[in-house]
Design a protein around this ligand. Sequence first.
Ligand code: B12
Ligand code: SF4
Length: 485
Amino acid sequence: MKVLFVVPDMIKAENLSIEILSACLKTEGHSTKLEYSNKPDFFDKVKSYSPDIIAYSITTGMHYGMLQVNKRLKEQFSNFIGIFGGPHATFHPEIIDEHEGVDIVCVGEGEGALVELANALRDGLDYSGINNLWVRTKTGVNRNPLRDAVSIDTLPYYDRSIYLDADPVMKESTSRIMMASRGCPYSCTYCFNRTYKAMYKGRGKILRLMPIPRAIEELKHLLNAAPNTTFIEFLDDIFPYADKNDFDEFHELYKKEIGLSFATFLPPKHRDFDFIKKLKEAGCRYVGVGFECGDQNIRRDILKRPNYTNEDIINTLHACNKVGLKSFTTNLVGLPVENSLRNDLNTLKVNIVAKPTIALSYMTYPYPGTELARIAVEKGFISKDKEININNKADSPFDFGADQLAIEKTALMFGIIVEFPILLHIHGLLLLLPKSLWNFLYLAHRGYKYRISFNADYSIKNLINNIKTLINYLKYVKIEKLQVK
Ligand code: B12
Ligand code: SF4
């Protein structure tokens, strides 16, 4: 069978779910391809490939665009099955009831389900009873149950070639992403992990780490597929080998067998100086730490974050600064709490003390199925049925009354004030500047720090590639905004 994955050309980042699904399909003899939906010759390319299955991996926000693309494809070609998977499909599978062109939705992990579907189509068998799939039939939608969580050690290597073949810019890129685990030990209320764990209860272990030698093999495969790679970004929810013994083994093997610089996400607890020093020696170029909120009570009661103090974060980041390891914090702004603006400013002040290389602010969104979404509705910050545009980072979906604009502008100036703390004294004055200006400054500052300074690549080529990516992204967000309206 021919399976076409369709994604927007938006952020120039590989999607590991597509790469693993593609690898599983190829193992069973199916052929796969990836096309960008926002390229001018997209429909011609679909026509010439003539896929049996068109597969979309959707997060909340990008689902508007992909549903629209599927609708247009259905109008032009009738002989393919349109299947949607990924976080949005998992937490809102009702898209199959809401959109005629959606033939199948995959809830949860897709490896087994997609391969079974392709095999059934190839063999002319009935596919309406495949576990994890909601399947449209002549008599209604079959909502099949979940299968057990996949054992990640048994999976093939990510199919890196699917992106490299589709996109010359990605092929040229020297930075690749990697995940050596699935799941997270924590259960924050705003995150999909909490809901996922509840969904998969009794269906196997949901936190799964690749044994270190297997992760090294995976990376060797990556280097084989993309020999120009110089940098690896571990995007695991939490760096899977952060415990001391694991880290020692990882440190030794990684340095010997891979030896490339990398970045990762640390668990938000205190890391001693020696650990940070070793991380730097292993080749780590920068680390991320999820700080999220400076108020311990909100962290514990509303966000249900793991247990850590502001001092834990401050000490870890000071250790990073001492050994010359760059760092970023992630911070949730516009939380659905009383005095949300005061809370944001408090979080900002702790960041000033901690001194990360960059403090990233994330507007809080009530993702479908999360407990925080329920809390926000319950507290009256948002109505249950409000449509939200997730990819638009400048507007809060919540109703903060008179503080609305101040919260949205503070989110945009957050990283800049942390870098230049003197600006905090004139926060009130800065709020008088137009939001469009803050939006521009936010993108410029974040883009510079994250894409250029972190990667220590000041070349004109890198600058141009990043500007192109930004323009692509802005164009896409603009189209999406219209679709939401
Ligand atoms: C890597 C990552 C990114 C990367 C790369 C994204 C990319 N190119 O796709 C970066 C950093 C760029 C990124 C950005 C964003 N991300 Co992100 N990201 C992740 C992360 C950490 C890993 C995703 C991943 O690759 N997982 C590994 C694969 C194997 O697992 P999986 O994605 O769950 O896929 C399985 C199933 O879902 C299913 N499946 C998936 N797709 C399909 C398709 C079909 C057809 C089928 C049958 C099955 C199927 O099968 C897969 C294998 O079992 C997840 C958290 C997580 N741990 O999953 C967040 C996550 C996906 N991100 C999230 C968010 C919110 C964002 C941003 C909006 C953040 C922001 N405010 O800017 C942006 C949006 C970008 C976008 N295009 O959507 C949310 C999405 C929530 C939601 N309801 O949609 C998540 C779940 C994090 C969270 N804590 O809630 N992200
Ligand atoms: S620590 Fe991060 S990935 Fe883990 S549950 Fe909390 S928000 Fe999600």
